[in-house]
Write a protein that binds this ligand. Structure first.
Ligand code: ASP
Length: 347
């Protein structure tokens, strides 16, 4: 079942609310429309494009609330529920943070991260695999190398799907935690200047982040080698919603302007020709010299894993935000799961 996350309203064909909730009548349409307190209950999380600014703020507020709950209260939110997952590509943070998040809600996780030990190895299709995980769990986390894989899975499954990375297309929960991290560290998103550096062609986190940023008033510097520039169709999509400048060098002008430098790994596994990868590997390295030219409070972010884009010397600076970002990942995913699994959350 495919459910759009952005819907704030639930439409009923009956004029009576089943549970007697507050309701609003719109004279233009013959249905009763109920303003839902939780638009994410039982919804798929396929693309960040399905989220409005209100949705994002609702999730960030919920993350603050769920993080501040006592472990005993938090442990009620997913009690008796199971998260099912399958990762057709490697993962460290996304899988572990979802598992840790679900455990913190009192739920359990079952899944496949080693395809060789699953029936995928015997030729089982994505469709059949999803149908089976759907039987054993209440919410499904999927990472797959193909663009469109999560949308396809969402059409098949009864339980909601969370896109944990679909090819080089999107990684919406990464963008949610990226935006939440910016908000926590900078206390705002509007008015910031954000430099996104590295592999902008194949990096799926870049696309979700960029689409998410269209909800805010921000300046964006896109810094990549010419062969790894952002895909044109996405530039058209965000045009007019973001003030974007493209660069091939991490110029001084970018460094002095940026409040956030979001660094990405060159996605070696997505190159059709590894010789092309060799030409661009190691193009940018953020080190102490880079920081010396940047704003003193610049936040250096990275979805991780890093290869050689950020020198380890940066880890010990106050600018290093990437490990904090990974830790917010667990909190944000816990809040998202709590919203997807519970129609109403405690106030
Ligand atoms: N972990 C992120 C992803 O799965 C970033 C990366 O792999 O470079 O897209």
């Amino acid at each position: 079942m495919y459910r759009i996350a952005a819907l704030h309203m639930k439409v009923f064909s009956s004029p009576f609310s089943a549970r007697g909730e507050e309701s609003v009548y719109y004279t233009a349409v013959p249905w009763k429309i109920r303003l839902s307190p939780n638009p994410f209950y039982d919804r798929d999380i396929v693309s960040i494009k399905d989220f409005s600014k209100d949705d994002l703020e609702f999730i960030f507020d919920t993350t603050d609330k769920v993080s501040s709950l006592k472990p005993s209260e938090r442990g009620e939110l997913g009690k008796g529920r199971a998260l099912g997952y399958i990762f057709y590509e490697p993962s460290t943070r996304t899988r572990m943070s979802f598992e840790a998040a679900m455990a913190s809600l009192g739920g359990s996780s079952i899944g496949i991260s080693d395809l060789k030990s699953s029936s995928v190895e015997k030729g089982e299709s994505l469709a059949d695999t999803i149908r089976i995980i759907d039987l054993y769990s209440d919410v499904i986390v999927l990472r797959h190398p193909l663009d469109g894989s999560s949308r396809f899975a969402a059409e098949l499954s009864q339980n909601p799907i969370i896109n944990a990375g679909s090819g080089s297309e999107e990684h919406p929960t990464q963008a949610l935690l990226d935006l939440y991290t910016i908000l926590k560290v900078k206390k705002k998103i509007d008015g910031l200047s954000i430099a996104i550096v590295g592999d902008l062609k194949y990096g799926r986190t870049v696309y979700s982040l960029l689409y998410g940023l269209t909800n805010y008033d921000v300046d964006v510097h896109l810094v990549s080698p010419p062969s790894l520039q952002i895909r044109k169709e996405s530039i058209y999509e965000v045009q007019g919603k973001l003030n974007i400048k493209e660069h091939s060098e991490l110029e001084d002008g970018v460094l002095t302007d940026a409040d956030v430098i979001y660094v990405t790994r060159i996605q070696r596994e997505r190159f059709p020709d590894l010789q092309e990868y060799e030409k661009v590997r190691g193009t940018y390295t953020i080190d102490e010299n880079t920081l010396a030219k940047a704003k003193p409070d610049v936040a250096v972010m990275h979805p991780l894993p890093r290869v050689d884009e950020i020198s380890q010397a940066v880890d010990h600076t106050k600018n290093a935000t990437y490990f904090k970002q990974a830790s917010y990942g667990k909190e944000l995913r816990a809040a998202l799961l709590a919203l997807m699994l519970n129609e109403n959350l405690p106030e």
